[in-house]
Design a protein around this ligand. Sequence first.
Ligand code: PNW
Length: 456
Amino acid sequence: MTDFPQGFRWGVATSAYQIEGAVDADGRGPSIWDAFGAVPGAVAGGDTGAVACDHYHRMPEDVALLGELGVDAYRFSVAWPRVQPTGSGRVEPRGLAFYSRLVDQLLERGIEPFLTLYHWDLPQALEELGGWRSRDTALRFAEYATVVHDALGDRVSKWTTFNEPYVSSIVGYGEGRHAPGAREGHGSLAAAHHLMVAHGLAVEAMRGTPGHQFGIVLNQSPSTPVTSSEADVAAARRHDLLLRRQFTEPLFAGRYPEDYAETFAGVTDLSFRKDGDLALISTPLDYVGINYYYRQHVADAPHRDPDPATRTSIDIGIDTTRLPDVPRTAMNWPVEPAGLTETLVGLKERYPDLPPVYVTENGCVYPDRPGFDDQDRIEYLRAHLAAAGDAVAAGVDLRGYFVWSFLDNFEWAHGYKHRFGLVHVDYETLVRTPRASFHWYRDLVAEQRAKVSAAR
Ligand code: PNW
């Protein structure tokens, strides 16, 4: 395997709603995912995060497992409705205390906490005021970020504002497949913009402590046209705008994408853009996290709704279902590790001033085998690490890699059907069982660490 640079962080990732359960414990308020889970048909099997892995009550056991795994870093998220049950004002000390205990136990084992402030669990009270459609939510987020930073900033130095603003805005308010389940055009584009404004406001509010680093996590993938026809190439470019450039252009170039107004003509009047927003959004960052799972294949297609005024933001004249003849995971995601190299190298080429990069999520789902002998997952991870190594060799400043996920967990609209964990969770007994991939990753991390100390 390629040599990764000195100080490279090996980690695993989770998120609050996907593992914690205990949705009524210690004064936690409801989130949009609690509300969405109660909508018939919204989540497969009628599953909800009410119990999940019960990590909220089993955190010490889980941190002990992280210790066995031997990772350098653990990426987790804080549930806003545990800290501020109604999304603003009153702070719930018991919610903060949970994360404080988690951080202490990680540090005791020499595991660095990588904290994400928002992994999709907006307090329901804020959704009722418009949610991310409303600019006010960005102000509330900056307030919440300050509360968490004040409480944990003495021990946590890696601060990620958002996980995948694309999914929060476009999948949640455009496609409607995630909470809050809206299918809007303007509203979802406003949500995307307000998430970025919230990011800038929060970073500016938290900044100032020496040694603290601030970043954002984006889901990224190449948008590859299915043919070289002009129409498919243009469709892939629209997809790239929707998935990537609407975020990366303001964040890393301080400008709006040149094809945005044209692509969304009639869908939005851009009234959510205010003077000063670009300066705020492009506030310098210390790192960017990339979540990569699979390459996107894009063909030109007619709009589903011919009227832009009623069209959702995902209806941009594309078809993303024409997949190449390559192996697939159990979620039907094509396995294309080269897409990771291309993503990382492409981002660096597009934005020469890009901050250092982490792969903050990468992983897969396969049907379980007897004895949890998940050789297919090991192969997937091995191939993607090699692809990440290729990006390093090409000059990308990659600082770490996090497997998604540490534990099997609530896979959003899919419920508990798909299992991403290095550790199997029995949802009846809540017993944790490390899979073969857990042992493989443990050995890999140990080997890499030995290599680095030998080179010293
Ligand atoms: C990630 N979608 O992104 C998330 O950050 C994790 O919470 C999640 O468990 C993981 O991927 C595996 O799916 C997603 O469009 C991005 O449905 C997109 C979608 C779902 C999750």
